[in-house]
Design a protein. Structure first.
Length: 61
């Protein structure tokens, strides 16, 4: 499984990632944050939706 990692310096806080996530893993205030990483199913929808390219998926061991 994997989970998203958000580069806060690149994040534009548009909310596209949170809207795309079917598991409600990401919250957006000033920047996007991974609020519930244990719920992530590793689908990559957040990464695909991010217009700034601020999200990478990190594989868990």
């Amino acid at each position: 499984m994997s989970h998203p990692v958000i580069n806060a310096d690149d994040c534009v806080a548009c909310g596209a990632c949170a809207d795309a996530c079917p598991m409600e893993v990401i919250e957006v205030e000033d920047v996007a944050t991974v609020a519930n990483p244990d719920a992530c199913v590793g689908c990559g929808a957040c990464q695909d939706a991010c217009p700034a390219g601020a999200i990478t998926e990190i594989a868990e061991d």
